[in-house]
Design a protein around this ligand. Structure first.
Ligand SMILES: NC(=O)c1ccc[n+]([C@@H]2O[C@H](COP(=O)([O-])OP(=O)(O)OC[C@H]3O[C@@H](n4cnc5c(N)ncnc54)[C@H](OP(=O)(O)O)[C@@H]3O)[C@@H](O)[C@H]2O)c1
Length: 314
């Protein structure tokens, strides 16, 4: 939860002594963080996995970086002021997968770590983000935690195919409410923290959307904006797991997402904060705005991959 009453409303760099390194720079949050920092005139170093998709050409310097390849760590962190730390979803064991690289960042003299964490991570010892937060608190390096609620982008990512092909949303969240947030708002909050380490060091922010919705309400927004009925299937955990596996989701992610949606089902994912407004000076984007903007993702005409092969009993 947020601490302190003041925030950085203006995205302009206060410190220019060394680049701001952005990991996960091709991802849902990292890519807009790079864009926001570049737009603010910061010295940005986009850390990208060798062999992965490139960051679109622009003024950000690009360096090869892999959490699991020690040879990439020192060059990526050399001379850097700050690092935006994104845990890739498939790296589930932060102690072995990420802490060695973070220790290398500390050795390189990095002066601010901004972690993309998770809403409620402070009270949930099971999630990998808790391990990263604990390490950072004890690291001696100033830190900021950005703990967002669920991303609206899950609807264009994990759940895209079932919405597009089956007109169904398959989430085991019962009638629990979720404070869905647009990842672009999360990126703006993270950028504000990166641009002003003095203001944000030692603070944790929880960017959420403007409203907490049940998935029946999410399906209603999708239906209204897409002009066809999208149904919320409301599966139990076993049915969800079967569906997710048929969609190609690895077992590890099925387990993690089941845990996350259980939190929602228990009514613990609906907490709203004012942190987006506090840090950016404007309201968080709402779901209607997101669905209108991303409408093409669920268009069968705009289909970029084949059907997921998943089925969901009515
Ligand atoms: N989804 C949600 O609702 C939600 C809510 C709160 C918090 N979070 C947290 O947000 C984090 C994920 O952020 P995101 O959605 O922006 O991620 P994302 O879109 O899945 O992108 C992952 C990024 O990590 C990079 N990556 C993958 N493996 C790597 C490796 N071995 N070394 C270096 N980089 C690697 C990817 O690069 P390539 O392009 O090369 O693959 C990509 O840039 C997770 O920790 C998740 O728990 C998610």
């Amino acid at each position: 939860m947020a601490r302190g009453a003041r925030g950085s409303r203006h995205l302009s760099p206060r410190r220019a002594d060394g680049p701001l390194v952005v990991t996960g720079a091709t991802g849902t949050v990292g890519a807009p963080v790079v864009r926001a920092l570049v737009a603010a005139g910061a010295d940005v170093r986009a850390a990208v996995r060798p062999g992965g998709p490139a960051v679109p050409p622009g003024p950000a310097e690009e360096v090869p970086f892999d959490w699991q390849d020690e040879a990439t760590w020192r060059p990526a962190f050399a001379g850097a002021h700050s690092v935006f730390v994104v845990r890739p979803p498939q790296l589930g064991r932060p102690r072995t997968h990420m802490l060695p690289a973070l220790a290398a960042a500390r050795e390189a003299g990095v002066r601010h770590l901004v972690l993309l964490s998770l809403q409620g991570a402070e009270g949930n010892r099971v999630v990998p983000h808790a391990t990263l937060e604990r390490w950072m608190r004890g690291s001696g390096v100033p830190w900021t935690f950005v703990r967002p609620s669920f991303f609206m982008q899950n609807l264009t990512g994990t759940h895209r195919d079932e919405i597009r092909d089956l007109s169904t949303l398959v989430v085991p969240a019962g009638s629990g409410r979720t404070a869905l947030v647009d990842a672009l708002d999360v990126a703006d909050v993270a950028a504000a923290a990166l641009l002003d380490p003095t203001e944000h060091a030692g603070r944790a922010w929880t960017p959420t959307g403007p409203e907490a919705l049940t998935y029946d309400e999410v399906a209603a927004v999708l239906s209204a904006e897409l002009g066809r009925e999208i149904r919320y299937a409301r599966p139990g955990l076993l049915r969800y797991a079967r569906h997710a596996r048929a969609s190609g989701m690895p077992w590890g992610m099925v387990a993690v997402t089941s845990g996350i949606y259980t939190v929602a089902r228990l009514g613990r994912a609906g907490g709203l904060t004012d942190d987006v407004r506090r840090l950016t000076g404007r309201s968080p984007r709402d779901l209607r705005h997101f669905v209108a903007r991303e409408r093409a993702a669920w268009s069968t005409a705009g289909r970029t991959t084949g059907s997921s092969g998943a089925t969901m009993d009515p």
